[in-house]
Design a binder for this molecule. Structure first.
Ligand code: GRF
Length: 212
């Protein structure tokens, strides 16, 4: 294994359990990287405390302090660049960003979404809205998707997906909880593969290169 140790930055809005899953995998030595910076749009985000606990720098960048989404995205990009971040993890980040962030980090921003993209994704499909829509539609499987972030919301190339059954007595909460368990496996695995240089883009397809 090469010792490239990627400098990882994360964007969080809430509890940060996906960030924690990545931090735990790093602590177990499974990921050749370290989280150095965690930015939130919410000063009360639990993810900030998780970052502090591992000695990562934290920052709060509030959309209301910027005149547009583009300016907010530029501020995020600037902070990440100043910290020398090579890989950006959106980990429950509830803001839509623009090319001001995605262009300078193209191919280096990952997101986790709690459905099987391209179903139940895109604008408006976040949090419990996703699971409500799955139940209302009557889908029999759901799951999570880790993908590269591009300008189109939830539209970038898919890296990994994990599925769960939808049960007859599911509520949005029970379905979300079953999916979250899979998210905590999928996200660290995708980060591990990225940091090992094993994700190869062929058009829209992400090919996972064999271990060297
Ligand atoms: C997860 O379901 C993630 O897929 C979605 O937001 C939720 C965040 O959970 N984008 P957490 O903050 O990682 O606990």
């Amino acid at each position: 294994m090469t010792t490239t140790c990627k400098n990882i930055g994360a964007l969080v809005s809430g509890g940060g359990s996906n960030l924690q899953a990545v931090l735990d995998a790093i602590a177990r030595g499974e990921i050749d990287g370290r989280v150095t910076l965690v930015i939130s749009d919410n000063p009360d985000a639990g993810g900030l405390a998780r970052a502090r606990a591992v000695g990562a720098e934290t920052a709060v960048i509030l959309p209301k302090d910027y005149p547009s989404r583009a300016d907010f995205s530029r501020a995020l990009a600037k902070k990440l660049q100043q910290a020398g971040v090579e890989l950006v993890l959106m980990a429950g980040f509830m803001r839509v960003t623009t090319a001001e962030l995605t262009a300078p980090f193209r191919g280096r921003i990952l997101n986790i979404h709690p459905s099987l993209i391209p179903s139940f994704c895109g604008p408006g499909f976040y949090g419990h809205h996703v699971h409500e829509a799955v139940l209302e539609y009557g889908a029999k499987v759901s799951g999570c998707t880790v993908h590269f972030v591009e300008e189109e919301v939830d539209g970038g190339p898919i890296i990994l997906q994990r599925t769960v059954p939808v049960l007859d007595d599911d509520t949005p909460d029970t379905l979300a909880a079953r999916i979250l368990i899979e998210e905590h496996k999928a996200y660290p695995e995708a980060v591990r593969l990225f940091c090992a240089g094993r994700l190869k883009l062929q058009g829209r397809r992400v090919i996972i290169a064999p271990e060297k």
